[in-house]
Ligand binder design. Sequence first.
Ligand SMILES: Nc1ncnc2c1ncn2[C@@H]1O[C@H](COP(=O)(O)OP(=O)(O)OP(=O)(O)O)[C@@H](O)[C@H]1O
Length: 534
Amino acid sequence: MKNENDERFVQSEVRIRPGDPPLIKFWKISKYFPEVIANNKIDLDIFPGEIHAIIGENGAGKSTLMNILNGIYQPDEGEIIVDGYGYHLASPQDAMAIGIGMVHQHFKLVPAFTVAENIYFGEKTKRIFISKKEMRQRMNLLFDQYGFYVDPDAMVSDLSAGEQQRVEILRALSRRARILILDEPTAVLTPKEVEQLFISLSKFRRHGNAVIFITHKLDEVLRFSDTVSVLRQGCKIGTYATKTCNAQFLASKMIDGDVGFHNENNIAFLKTKDRDPNIPPLMRLSNVSVINDQKIATLKNIDLEVYPGEILGIAGVVGNGQRELSQVVTGLTKPYTGQIFIHGLEVKKPNPKIFSSVGIGHIPEDRLKTALMSHLDISHNLLMRTYFKKPVGKSFLYSPRQAYQKACNMVRDSKISIHGMSFQISNLSGGTQQKLVSYREKEITTCLLVAVYPSRGLDIGSIKEMQEYFFKLRQRNISVLLFSEDLEELLNLSDRVGVLCHGQLMGVKAASQVTKEQLSLWIGGHAIDEGGRV
Ligand SMILES: Nc1ncnc2c1ncn2[C@@H]1O[C@H](COP(=O)(O)OP(=O)(O)OP(=O)(O)O)[C@@H](O)[C@H]1O
């Protein structure tokens, strides 16, 4: 018998009958940028009640197409037809006026405002002001309706990436959009939050609304979408009913040809043998605590060792100390108490330059905030960690010619597809930005790579390359400290795995001794014993 409270995502619950008009029609949409055809004569119909996934490799043109629907870009050819009428959408406000809302891959929130202020900021209303009490009441209604919570009074600057994304989603939902566009909405959500999101979206589309979401996660496409469209090099390859597809089929449509489809279980055999107990740790944290601006301990008495040539996975729900730990081990945050040792020597005054100079690379959680200068071009971004080294820098001199040459060599060697070194970094696709950061940090890494959610924004082929690179590092006796929310990825890649919960390290165990189920209980704060028993 069906339990009334048993809410689940229901696939294809709204049936589209032959002859039903689409809610949105993309008609021969093209968009050209200098040297790039981002969208090439794309025809696409989105029907009422549909959850439509858009997939494709990095740079395939997915975000551009959605930015056109949201009025951020205007098409160079073609038309957007909504409810049978052609529209010229000159801005996101125009799009919102006809019920189109978008949640972006990169957050568009005001860091100095509270969560509630961000949600109601810019809302069109005839009233002069809304009281804080009313904002909170309306937010509570949203929480009741959609089921995931963020403190309305928290400052956005204090939120983790996952929490900020929740605010973005709530903000779009609060605008009562009929068509909701989500650009990689689940990249920073926990598996539970992903379920909640799609239950909410399932409710949302019941009344004839539509959802379009961009993703690289094929399992999400197969579980949560009714229809899927594949883009490749700016063109639409096809639109398919999801129930007729499998992951192999979709991957072959995205990549064209032999995809070498990746079975993650196959990579486990590459793991190293047991560690030699006589080899000292490469890095040791002793009793490390971090306190934030509100004097709250975000990392508590951490004792952790990273050994040469191991992949050490760190699991945990976003906001439990991962950001702080990754910043401590890269010199971005100075511990409030405790000591950090690298190769047995204490780092007395930690800063990022010391850590990079000993060969510690860092792929951070939020590439545009921490790793890249979005208004600078590719070469400046590629060299910002090493510009002072020969041949680019000498004493107080800096050679722009050498810098340009070095950056060109880096792009050539990395085989990352870009259309010119003078491209501003913000004009690159999200996946390409992530690949550039990863490549730059690989160049620095000679003893440890701190990789925080490194597969965010990468397509399946690039994720496979990245995982293979981690194994190559390990073969060269270089360590990887891998932060991930994907438990399968963590268990498959790591030699040992540790769990952070409420800023505390719950323990570290051999990955082979822990199952995915045990790991998720451990993350939730349940202790597990030596044999991995809960
Ligand atoms: N404002 C811009 N100026 C110049 N080129 C751009 C601009 N926006 C996008 N492009 C280019 O258009 C192409 C498609 O980019 P888009 O962001 O749409 O790809 P995507 O499929 O969303 O990729 P990803 O999966 O990496 O996010 C890329 O080559 C990108 O560099």
